[in-house]
Design a binder for this molecule. Structure first.
Ligand code: GDP
Length: 298
């Protein structure tokens, strides 16, 4: 994760080690190199521009501490600005005052939604919640079975349409699941919805219909970090079509560049809440902007 960006930034900083004080020209040159490193990592241009402007402004300002040498000062500024661009504070799930808390997952097919549903359920069980997984992805032939298998592995109940009843109505499944959760004392409901390979009006409408039927406490947009800047475009489409409260980045284990991770918060103004880093149920964690920035600057 972030290997190239990490290497590039390390080399930018090491070039500053020998300097006693940074001139404006030094700051400009450093900013230029950081800009190139971010662009090569596939970070969206508006994000790069905003980031560089902040770093330059701060590096020139009076805030720099006498206790740090110029290289350390620049590292400190870049670290803080990375945390900011990644969302600042860790954003946790907002649980409903009256259970069940309804979490709806939306995203393209293949983004990792169904896998994520299983991971989120596993994580919630570890937090002493009693989640219910809901199979409202009735588009992809295997999605219901996949969720049932995941549920079994995670030891979590799955609510799915009865087999043999045709394709079924995902909106009705979602609605019924809430009722079922109340009766069976599940305090969190995780609804897996259908995605398509590309952005599609019908998919958006279906997701919006499910949203209107169950009024989720959290809508999480699940996106494959490996698609880089396309993640930003997809996020924009979902923000317009369905709306969402937070982002889950998946396949961060395969994302060497980090462009999506670094762009999506700034562009969508929605926090990254979770990160998925593999195919196993426990390859998953709350997204901490400060730890992620630390990893980039490691
Ligand atoms: P959905 O269509 O959005 O429900 O996507 P799936 O959950 O079926 O995931 C699509 C593929 O991506 C599957 O082969 C998953 O095993 C894989 N996958 C999901 N999350 C991750 C992840 O974080 N890392 C990696 N390497 N693979 C993942």
């Amino acid at each position: 994760m972030f290997e190239t960006l990490s290497d590039r930034l390390t080399s930018v900083f090491s070039g500053l080690r020998s300097k006693g004080r940074l001139s404006d020209a030094d700051i400009d040159a450093t900013a230029r190199e950081i800009r190139i490193a971010l662009l090569e990592a596939d970070v969206a241009l508006p994000v790069v521009r905003a980031f560089i402007a902040r770093v330059k402004e701060r590096a020139r300002g009076e805030e720099v501490s006498r206790a740090l040498n110029p290289a350390q000062q620049v590292v400190k500024i870049v670290n803080e600005e990375l945390i900011e661009i990644l969302g600042g504070e860790t954003r946790r799930i907002r649980f409903a005052k009256t259970p069940p808390t309804v979490i709806m997952l939306a995203g393209l097919q293949g983004a990792g939604k169904t896998t994520l549903a299983g991971k989120l359920a596993t994580w919630l069980v570890a937090q002493r919640n009693a989640p219910l997984l809901v199979a409202a992805d009735l588009q992809r032939p295997n999605a219901v079975t996949q969720l049932q298998v995941l549920g079994e592995r995670a030891g979590v109940a799955v609510f799915a349409p009865e087999p043999g009843n045709g394709v079924g109505d995902p909106v009705q499944v979602a609605r019924d699941s809430i009722e079922h959760a109340r009766r069976a004392n599940h305090d969190v409901v995780i609804i897996d919805t259908a995605g398509r390979l590309g952005i599609d009006e019908e998919m958006m409408r279906q997701a919006a219909d499910i949203r209107d039927a169950v009024r989720p406490d959290e809508i999480l947009f699940v996106v494959d970090a490996m698609i880089g800047q396309d993640a930003v475009n997809t996020a924009q489409a979902f923000a317009d079509g369905v709306g969402f409260d937070g982002v889950v980045l998946t396949k961060l284990d395969g994302d060497a560049r980090g462009g999506a991770a670094l762009s999506i918060r700034h562009i969508t103004e929605r926090p990254i809440m979770f990160a998925s880093t593999g195919e196993k149920l426990d390859d998953f964690d709350v997204f901490h902007p400060d730890r992620m920035a630390g990893r980039i600057l490691d």
